[in-house]
Write a protein that binds this ligand. Structure first.
Ligand code: PLP
Length: 400
């Protein structure tokens, strides 16, 4: 996650405490993808847009002048009400759309606003490692300290002993992400309860990134941490319309929390973007009310794609760790003879015309991710099949 910070390097204008941030690997790999004509299984965006009715709702909002001028700072009422209905319909969680819901510029802004609101200089934030790259960046901007709890293959379970041992008097926040990017781990009842126990016992704030809430497989269930006893008043739940409705470019996200806690997030958010995405807020409001069938089909389609890509990657000789949720598969490329996932991913576009992301960039401290690679499967079937075809170029030569 860190890059060199020599005083005459490209980072020289950055304030010293930010010099570890560098450029995200996604920019490098997506540039490599277009330069080499590669299939991009790196960055996690779908290659088909979401429902036509939702797109048309955005067009209608633009045409009728809904949201073309600054919307309210907390988000337009129809969207906040739709978010509240969604939480009740799927999780039985009752939230007040006027005081407990805040619309943000994607989940990314909600994460930044939440961290900047509650983390002070030197405060410790415990997070599941490997982690989404914006976590490290925003904790650094707040001048907080990252404390990783490492998830290990093959099943990436949360080590509860390690979690308990990581808490210190400086711990302020538990930053949790389930379904988890990049590993695909989905918290079990046991893990959720243990996280709850630690949070309550030490009076911690929990930031729960649930952007993959509808992408869970094999009849697993997503349960928001905020719905566990003792969690309502200490949890900031974050999600967005990007992953659920396949409109990642619209950047309509939200934070849900008890009114006092939400007010803290609102305070920082107002000076980040103030507001964004007016007409898209109306369109996502409609999307959240789509029938159950939409959400079920989204998950079952992706589960099928998971199986397609997982089987294909296993056939190529990699060790595959099939995800329980999200749209990412993790593999170990060591069986192919590679000793470094970053090298593998930098060579892959040239060797096979495919782009993937090395897990290494999602870690601070450990060598656990050294040979792990992440592949996105939110792509059309024919693209996944074509990618697998191309990847045969990297299979170690086998005797006939
Ligand atoms: C994609 C993603 C986000 C960002 O969501 P946006 O709504 O696009 O800002 C946040 N957290 C995780 C884990 C993600 O994968």
């Amino acid at each position: 996650m860190t890059t060199a910070d020599s005083s005459d390097g490209p980072q020289r204008f950055l304030a010293p405490h930010l010099r570890s941030l560098g450029t995200t690997v996604f920019a490098e790999m997506s540039a490599l993808a277009s330069a080499t004509g590669s299939i991009n299984l790196g960055q996690g965006f779908p290659d088909t847009d979401g429902p036509e009715s939702v797109r048309e709702a955005a067009v209608a909002a633009l045409r009728t002048g809904q949201g073309n001028q600054y919307p309210p700072g907390i988000g337009v009422a129809p969207l906040r009400e739709a978010i509240a209905r969604h939480q009740e319909r799927f999780y039985g969680q009752i939230v007040d759309p006027d005081t407990e819901v805040l619309v943000t510029a994607g989940a990314t802004e909600a994460i930044a606003a939440a961290i900047l609101a509650v983390v002070d200089v030197g405060d410790e934030v415990i997070a599941l490692e490997p982690y989404y790259d914006s976590y490290a960046a925003t904790i650094t901007m707040a001048r907080g300290m990252r404390v990783p709890i490492t998830l290990h293959p093959p099943d990436f379970r949360v080590n509860i002993e390690a979690l308990r041992a990581a808490v210190t008097p400086r711990t302020r926040v538990l930053l949790v992400n389930s379904p988890h990017n990049p590993t695909g781990m989905v918290l079990t009842d046991h893990e959720r309860t243990a996280i709850r126990d630690v949070a309550v016992e030490h009076d911690l704030i929990v930031i729960s990134d649930e952007v993959y809430e509808h992408l869970v497989f094999d009849d697993r269930q997503h349960i928001p941490l905020a719905t566990l006893p003792g969690m309502r008043d200490r949890t900031i739940t974050i999600s967005s319309g990007g992953k659920t409705f396949s409109f990642t470019g619209w950047k309509i996200g939200w934070a849900i929390a008890e009114a006092g806690l939400l007010n803290a997030v609102r305070t920082t958010k107002q000076f980040l973007t103030y507001v964004s995405g007016g007409p898209f807020q109306y369109a996502i409001a409609g999307a959240l009310d789509l029938p159950d069938d939409y959400f079920a089909t989204l998950a079952s389609d992706l589960q099928r794609k998971r199986d397609l890509l997982a089987e294909g990657l296993a056939d190529l000789g990699m060790q595959v760790f099939p995800p329980e949720g999200t749209y990412f598969i993790t593999t170990d490329v060591a069986p192919l003879g590679f000793t470094d996932g970053m090298d593998f991913c930098r060579q892959l576009p040239h060797l096979a015309g495919v782009v993937a992301i090395p897990h290494k960039v999602f870690y601070d401290t450990t060598a656990v991710g050294q040979t792990l690679v992440r592949w996105a499967f939110c792509k059309r079937d024919e693209i996944l099949i074509e990618a697998l075809q191309r990847l045969r170029a990297i299979t170690p030569a086998t005797s006939p």
